[in-house]
Every structure is written in C-alpha cells, then in structure tokens.
Design a protein around this ligand. Structure first.
Ligand SMILES: NC(=O)c1ccc[n+]([C@@H]2O[C@H](COP(=O)([O-])OP(=O)(O)OC[C@H]3O[C@@H](n4cnc5c(N)ncnc54)[C@H](O)[C@@H]3O)[C@@H](O)[C@H]2O)c1
Length: 421
C-alpha cells in the first residue's frame, strides 16, 4: 500500500504492531465488519470528504476502514491529547488514511491536527466532544457552507451542540450518535464501566476490594463504573445533583451523600459528570492522605487541577499516569492521567465489542446523511429509530441469539385500548 500524504504520527515504524492490534479488535466488531463488507460493494460514501475527530484507537481504525471502503476521502485527527494509540495511527497511514494524532501532543499540536483535518473542506464531520465542530464554526467558519451534515459521539459533545442549536449558532444538521440506545446503554455503561476500572488498575495496581470509591455523577457512565467497582468488592458512594438519579443510586444499593461528606471518607474518587470543577478546593482540603483522583468524563475540567496545584508545594511522577501532589499541610493526593479520561489515557478505552455498536451507528448515520442530503434541517437529530434497531438486530445475530416475535393477536392487543379487566 502507498502511504498517504498529509499525516502526522509519532513513529511510522510502529505500523506493523498497530495493524495486528486493529485486526485483533476487528474480531470483536462483527457488525462494523458486516457494514464494511456492504459498503465495499455499494460505495454509499463515494467521493465524500469526511473529517473525523475521534480517539485514535484500534476500534476507530475499524470504523475508518469501513468508511474508506465505502468510498469516503477520510482524514482523521485525535479527539483528546492523551488517547491516541501511536501504533494504530502509524498503521492507519499505511492503510492510506491521513491520520494526524500523537499521544501526549500539546494543546497547540492538538488544534493544529484539527485544522489539518478541516483543510480538506469536509462535507461530513465526525466528532467526539465537538472540538472539531466548534473550530469549524469559529476560526474556520468559511468552510461551513460545504458541510452536508455531521455526527457526534459523546454526551459532552451533544450538550455543546444542543447549546449551539439553541443560540442559533449551529450551521448544519448533526446526528447525536451518543443518544442511540445501542450506544449509551452499552458504550457509556458497560464500556466506560469496565475501561475506567481498567485504566485506574493499570495506572495504580490497587486492590479494589474494601476500598471506598466515590463516583461523582450517576449517568450512564456512572452506572457502569459503580456497578463494576462494586463487583470488585469496593464500597461505592455516589454523588449527584439530580434527585431522580440520586434516588436510583440509593435503590441500586449505593450510599448517596454530598461530595463534601464523601470527600472525608473516600479512598478513590472518579468524576464522570461531564461538568466543571466537580471536585474542587473545598473537597481537596478534607480528603484523606493518599486519596486517588481520576476522571473519566470527556474534558479534563472535572477535577479542579489549578486549585490542587495552589494547595500543593509541588508534585512528582510516582509512576506513569500517577502524579503525587504534596499538599502544604503534609498530605499527599494522587492525580491520575493529568485528569484526562483515564480509560483512554492509561488503558485502551472501551473494549471493541461495545465500540462495534457505537461505530455501526456512526457508519449508518453517515450513510443516512448522504442519502438525505439537502433534506435535513439545521438541528441536532436523534439517531433514526430504524438504524438503532438494525444495530441491535445485527449485534444479536452476531451473537447467535434469536428473539421472539409478536403474534398478530399481540400486535393488535398492544395497539388497542378496548380489552381490560
Ligand atoms: N471515558 C469515556 O470513554 C467516555 C465514554 C462516554 C462518555 N464519556 C463522557 O462522560 C461524561 C458523562 O457521560 P454520561 O453519558 O454518563 O452523562 P449523563 O448526562 O448521563 O450523566 C452525567 C451525570 O452527572 C451528574 N452531574 C452533573 N454535575 C454534577 C456534579 N457537580 N456532581 C455530581 N453529579 C453531577 C448529572 O446530574 C448526570 O446524572 C461526559 O463528559 C461524556 O462525554 C466518557
């Protein structure tokens, strides 16, 4: 294969290792594989310029290959400075996919890579967190007119896009892939649940059994983290701001309390709220010596790191992804992965098996945008129900699981009101 131009990766010689990793992930991504095979025949994305800002992992690589086989001209950049798998990025270049992402890149390089992805004047944008879309709508707004539509992968991105829609700033239709049931019920819950525990374990090698684990935010990701931490024997405490979710956490068997109380007793704190300064100075002040802090939410703003720095005399790296902060009062607090999403910083992100569903939704939504070009309004759309159902059916099929069908009598019963007691 002739390597593509217009790329920036850490080390091209890592390609062979990356290729093996991509192939390994593909074994767990049967739905994306089926879509890729169909795309290769039907070419639904023929000649479409797609700029994608995603975590550059082996799972993303399988989506990228499906889009390329579908005929797209794809350029890829990372959606977080710490989430890129450098070997996968190198392999993608060999697969002729212009990839611009380096693990550990600084802020300037991160945005340079986003701008490189935008240089091809995309017709479709694919985003994870809406950094590419917001750059396109601000610094590169002249390019907006070329775009027929976009997709967004994560909760935080969808929140930002809905805010753009509300203020009248959104300039083209975007499908909120995150909001498909076959995405958030699996990727956010089981994917983030397992991989966050994995990231913290790889970074620290702690024993979870017996630890007091404080999970800040009981959304779908929080559900998954709490479930898995408790499965490992941890005592889980939930903090929330939404009463219904707090109540759900109580009835799921977890302790619920304000963070200022939980801060005094927690051994490990995990933010997953998609919000700013969730753990703040007041909380650091009362934490136990040796407490561990990790974030798995999209941006590194959930733990107030400047406040932690101002309370400290200094910090040192204890081991990769573990920084020890020496507080002026003699305590130490340990921050993992610089407060960036720990499952991608210290581990490999979600297992391929759940990304199979998220990325099947992505591929099918891009096909949908092309089929419906010119018909969609400038707004944030949900994933069409037929796509969501199709992904679930294909996934069940790939697992060899059949389900029942409604009888005509049941269909009639469910659509009528006359029959009662
Ligand atoms: N690490 C990953 O791989 C990964 C995967 C999917 C989503 N995410 C990100 O994780 C974050 C959460 O996603 P989600 O789908 O669970 O969102 P969600 O909206 O379902 O849940 C977030 C929860 O946090 C709560 N919350 C908000 N502010 C809070 C505060 N100050 N204290 C306590 N709770 C608070 C909200 O009430 C809500 O219940 C987002 O940033 C999302 O983009 C990360």
């Amino acid at each position: 294969m002739t390597p593509t131009k217009n790329y920036d990766v850490k080390d091209a010689t890592l390609a062979e290792a990356g290729r093996r990793r991509i192939e390994w992930a593909s074994r767990e991504m049967p739905v994306v594989k089926l879509i890729r095979e169909r795309f290769a025949k039907e070419k639904p994305l023929a000649g479409i310029k797609i700029s994608a800002c995603l975590h550059v992992t082996s799972e993303t690589a399988n989506l990228a290959l499906a889009l390329k086989d579908g005929g797209a001209n794809l350029i890829l950049c990372g959606s977080n400075p710490l989430s890129t798998q450098d070997d996968v990025a190198a392999a993608l270049v060999e697969y002729d996919i212009a990839t611009n992402a380096i693990k550990g890149e600084d802020q300037v390089t991160y945005y340079k890579h986003i701008n490189t992805a935008l240089d091809q004047e995309p017709q479709i944008t694919v985003d994870d967190g809406a950094d590419l879309v917001s750059t396109l709508h601000t610094e590169r707004s002249k390019l907006v007119g070329n775009v027929m539509g976009g997709t967004e992968e994560t909760t935080t991105g969808v929140i930002r896009l809905r805010s753009m829609e509300k203020s009248g700033d959104l300039k083209y239709p975007i499908i909120a892939v995150n909001d498909a049931q076959t995405k958030y019920l699996f990727d956010n819950r089981y994917g983030t649940g397992q991989s966050t525990i994995d990231g913290i374990t790889r970074a620290t090698n702690i024993l979870w059994a017996g630890k007091k684990v404080v999970v800040c935010g009981y959304g779908w990701c929080g559900h998954g983290i709490a479930l898995r931490a408790s499965g490992l024997g941890a005592q889980v405490i939930i903090t929330e701001v939404e009463p219904v979710r707090a109540l759900e956490a109580v009835m799921d068997g977890f302790q619920v309390m304000p963070l200022i109380e939980a801060a005094k007793v927690g051994d490990i704190f995990i933010t997953i709220a998609g919000n700013k300064n969730v753990i703040d100075e007041a909380h650091f002040r009362v934490m136990k010596d040796g407490a561990i802090l990790a974030n798995s939410g999209h941006f590194n703003v959930e733990i107030n790191i400047p406040a932690l720095e101002s309370l400290s005399n200094g910090k040192q790296q204890i081991r990769p992804f573990v920084d020890g902060y020496n507080l002026k009062d003699g305590r130490s607090l340990y921050l993992l992965g610089e407060g960036r999403l720990i499952n991608l910083a210290a581990a490999e992100g979600h297992p391929a098996n759940v990304m199979d569903m998220s990325f099947a939704n992505q591929a099918l939504c891009m096909e949908y945008i092309v089929k419906h070009r010119g018909e969609l309004k400038t707004k944030v759309y949900p994933v069409p129900e037929e796509i969501d159902k199709q992904v679930a059916r294909l996934k069940l099929g790939s697992m060899g699981i059949d389900i029942d069908k409604l009888t005509p009598e049941q269909e009639k019963y469910l659509s009528s009101w006359q029959e009662g007691t």
